[in-house]
Ligand binder design. Structure first.
Ligand SMILES: C[S@@+](CC[C@H](N)C(=O)[O-])C[C@H]1O[C@@H](n2cnc3c(N)ncnc32)[C@H](O)[C@@H]1O
Length: 280
């Protein structure tokens, strides 16, 4: 997950990525052709999605685009590749204190395939509320549940790998075990001061051409592959791969697949947020 060029190459496999969500749901975003807007992408990774896919959808003038990511490597790559007067990428963990310059600053918030990394969802949405102007809009998607997170649990806890794992829940949705993830999530964002205009859970399936493709896909998503010592890396991935399901109806060795349950939502910041909700 810390390798920007590798990640950009891999992440669209199976169309579980952000492009698909943007193409199908950007129409919900309302634009004001007479006003310049400010935009943020939370968890912008290598920066290709916001730069190449999202911003071209804007027909209204854009003043400032900020991509934030907790990974220094991603931000460095994004600035070197796409940074200019309008586009700026910054290292910022969205769970941390909001910089003063960004309080009530953004007209639009976007985030794709990132919120499952955030453990404290309530704090996440209170922070997002703070950076948005009243009535500002947000569109996002993230993985709420997937078999991959169960695979992480079983592989990471093996005695040969466990010493290298400092957080057994890194990169995994806190809704993984929830019986009603959509309902639970909806309550969190409404309490954080948002009016939801569209929310749904969708299944996306990653189907890959070969086992090698699938291996690279999982490496690009793994929070720990790059932290494993070299002599363990190969087996670490093989232990993941041996748990990936195969579609036996497909008569081909390339019948590996993985399902991802995505939550996709479009919401607006409410004009008035109760003071109580803002305290944390
Ligand atoms: C799966 S990538 C998604 C990248 C891009 N949005 C896309 O759709 O291709 C998730 C990104 O979120 C970043 N991330 C994880 N936790 C974060 C946090 N607390 N604050 C900001 N970024 C975070 C990771 O470093 C990673 O680059």
């Amino acid at each position: 997950m810390n390798n920007p060029s590798f990640y950009s190459k891999q992440h669209q496999i199976g169309r579980v990525g952000s492009t698909d969500v943007i193409q199908r749901y950007f129409y919900l975003v309302k634009q004001n052709k007479r006003k310049e807007s400010t935009i943020i992408d939370i968890g912008s990774g290598p920066g290709n999605v916001i730069h190449d896919v999202l911003i071209p959808h804007f027909k209204s003038p854009v003043r400032k685009v900020v991509g934030i990511d907790v990974s220094e490597e991603m931000v460095k790559f994004a600035n070197a590749t796409y940074g200019n007067e309008k586009f700026n990428f910054e290292v910022w963990n969205i769970e941390n204190v909001v910089p003063k310059r960004y309080i009530s600053f953004f007209d639009y918030v976007f985030s794709f395939s990132t919120f499952h990394w955030i453990k404290d969802q309530r704090k996440l949405f209170l922070n997002i509320n703070r950076i948005m102007k009243p009535n500002a809009q947000m569109l996002f998607s993230f993985v709420a549940q997937t078999n991959l997170f169960d695979i992480y649990q079983s592989v990471w806890r093996r005695p040969e790998y466990a010493p290298y794992i400092d957080d057994f829940y890194a990169g995994q949705s806190c809704f993984q075990k929830s019986k009603e993830p959509l309902k639970e999530f909806q309550t969190i964002i409404e309490n954080a001061g948002f009016k939801i205009e569209m929310i749904k859970m969708e299944v996306n399936t990653a189907k890959n051409k070969s086992l090698v493709d699938f291996k690279e896909f999982l490496i690009s998503l793994s929070p720990y592959y790059h932290k494993m010592p070299d002599h363990l890396k190969e087996n670490f991935m093989l232990h993941h791969l041996e748990q990936v399901q195969r579609d036996t109806r497909v008569e081909s060795p390339n019948n590996y697949y993985m399902k991802f349950n995505y939550i996709i939502a479009y919401a607006k910041k409410k004009e008035i947020v109760e003071n109580k909700a803002m305290l944390y």
